[in-house]
Design a protein around this ligand. Structure first.
Ligand code: RP5
Length: 217
């Protein structure tokens, strides 16, 4: 991922050097660029000008799909966690029952577009994760949305896939959305050392927060 970003930046510099007829390679401040290439957008320190146009966004590796806009309050936890870990992602609404053709088309094209994990959240008996999984070999992680039946309907329709087409199902609601993102990151981290280190740091920080808790007594 990092070497792709470095290659893209080298091409970008070469293009600008051609346009301006001078060597712009010295313009990069390597550490700050490396931070940016690792997707830490907050570290991007430059004022945008012709010499340091930011690179195009990295291609999404994880898609966060939800059955309705009403699922966003839950599914935003997945997106925010992926952003925190610097995992390039995309998020959109697709419904297994209201937009069945668009959902199938998305799932069929997902792997070829470079996606590596799909997170799908839906409520009721909508079965979105299973429908997506039926159209792609990519790992699909399902998030049952809290519903009129406290999410039990969503949980069963997501988790109880008959043998042959798996959906990795997480907990109901916000915890499930957050964990789906962490699990997606862990899948990607099996072949990405930088991401593995970020995940380890995330867990260290979490442990420290628990150990430093002071009870109100
Ligand atoms: C499912 O139906 C969605 O995932 C959502 O959780 C549920 C209700 O959708 P809305 O009626 O709020 O759009 O497809």
């Amino acid at each position: 991922m990092l070497s792709d970003a470095l290659q893209r930046n080298a091409k970008h510099e070469a293009r600008l050097s051609n346009i301006f007829g001078c060597d712009l390679s010295a313009v990069n401040e390597s550490q700050r660029f490396l931070d940016f290439a690792r997707n830490d957008r907050t570290s991007w320190p430059f004022t945008e000008n012709l010499y340091n146009l930011p690179m195009p966004e990295s291609k999404p590796l994880v898609a966060v799909i939800m059955g309705s806009k009403s699922d966003w309050d839950t599914m935003r936890n997945a997106v925010e966690t992926l952003d925190e870990l610097g995992v390039p992602n995309e998020a959109r609404v697709l419904s297994a029952h209201r937009t069945p053709d668009a959902t199938a088309e998305f799932a069929r094209g997902a792997a070829d577009r470079g996606l590596r994990v799909i997170i799908a959240g839906a409520g009721g008996a909508a079965h979105l994760a299973g429908v997506i999984a039926a159209h792609t070999w990519l790992p699909v992680l399902g998030v049952p949305i809290q519903s009129k039946l406290q999410g039990l309907d969503s949980l069963l329709s997501t988790a109880q896939m008959p043998g042959g087409i798996p959906v990795g199902t997480l907990a109901i609601g916000e915890a499930g959305a957050k964990n789906a993102a962490l699990l997606a990151a862990a899948i990607l981290a099996t072949s990405d050392d930088t991401l593995r280190q970020k995940l380890e740091a995330f867990r260290r920080k979490q442990s420290e927060a628990v150990l430093s808790v002071k009870l109100p007594r």
